[in-house]
Design a protein around this ligand. Structure first.
Ligand code: G1P
Length: 287
């Protein structure tokens, strides 16, 4: 079955970027001149996604406005004959169909995804987390769709992560079955390094079968009162095979300050209009 819909959980409070995120969503922080969320939306579109379901929360209206038509702005740009900018601004609102659902309370990633149950219905779908920005030749979600097409199971993106960092991630126990492809035997959410079953961490790209919804409905909340997607997947694993795919691409954890800075610098260096001048500037710094 073709993967047509994608869920974007964007209700997080962005506390790691305060005060910048006090009145604006962290997803709107720009890498150079494009909000982070737009990179991820473009990744989904490049992979053939036709409908994006954003799970939002209070204070996230700027995301809706960003992907909508801005009549006043378009009118002003037209008046000033700034046609290239006008085209760019227009294109954003024409990208794809968007739906928005509010997650009223921050009850975890699993809970956020459950909000999309009625809109998804009985078909497999993609999930993309905006904190993971990935630069790659083939969009990572497209790489996962290819694996889904082959095995017809849920597929999760994974990456080798240093032991010291592993407790920031969901981690899989696995059996290797092909180049970069693993069958998942178990999953643990944010284990201490000594208890991590491997060094393969879950990165924020998933293809999920619709049975994930009943699995999440039967998932208990954790100590902090949240429903974790990782534990929903563990329930799903009792009924279905799940695969993991070690994607090709360079990932930035733009949900923390250092990762965000690395992404900003590297995306700027790749820009044809800025790259060489910026490189010279960086070289000139007495570090
Ligand atoms: C979430 C998931 C975790 C995964 C991570 C990837 O955690 O719960 O399993 O490894 O995304 O970015 P979060 O970063 O939202 O705390």
């Amino acid at each position: 079955m073709k993967i047509k819909k994608a869920v974007f959980p964007v209700a997080g409070l962005g506390t790691r970027f305060l005060p910048a995120t006090k009145a604006s969503p962290k997803e709107m922080l720009p890498l150079v001149d494009k909000p982070m969320i737009q990179y991820v939306v473009e990744e989904a579109i490049d992979a053939g996604i036709e409908e994006i379901i954003m799970i939002t929360g209070r204070g996230k209206n700027a995301i809706e406005d960003h992907f909508d038509i801005s009549f006043e702005l378009e009118h002003a740009l037209k008046g000033k004959n700034q046609n290239k900018l006008l085209e760019e601004v227009r294109e954003i609102s024409n990208l794809v169909d968007f739906c928005y659902i509010r997650q009223k309370e921050p009850l975890g990633l699993g809970h956020a995804i459950l909000r999309a149950k009625d809109l998804i219905g009985d078909e497999p779908f993609a999930v993309l987390l905006g904190d993971d920005i990935i630069y790659s030749d083939v969009p990572v979600i497209k790489q996962l769709i290819k694996i889904y097409d082959k095995y017809n199971t849920s597929v999760i993106a994974v990456e080798k992560v240093d032991k010291r960092e592993i407790s920031n991630y969901g981690v899989i126990e696995h059996k290797k079955i092909d180049d970069r492809v693993y069958q998942i035997l178990d999953l643990v959410e944010k284990p201490p390094p000594s208890e991590a079953p491997s060094d393969l961490a879950i990165i924020g790209r998933y293809i999920l079968t619709p049975q994930i919804f009943s699995a999440l409905e039967n998932t208990e909340t954790d100590k902090s009162g949240e429903i974790q997607l990782t534990y929903g997947l563990r329930h799903l694993l009792e009924r279905q095979v799940i695969h993991a795919y070690q994607f090709e691409g360079r990932r930035y954890d733009a949900g923390n300050k250092l990762g965000f800075l690395k992404a900003t610098v590297e995306f700027a260096l790749r820009r044809p209009d800025l790259g060489s001048e910026f490189r010279e500037y960086l070289k000139s710094l007495e570090l």
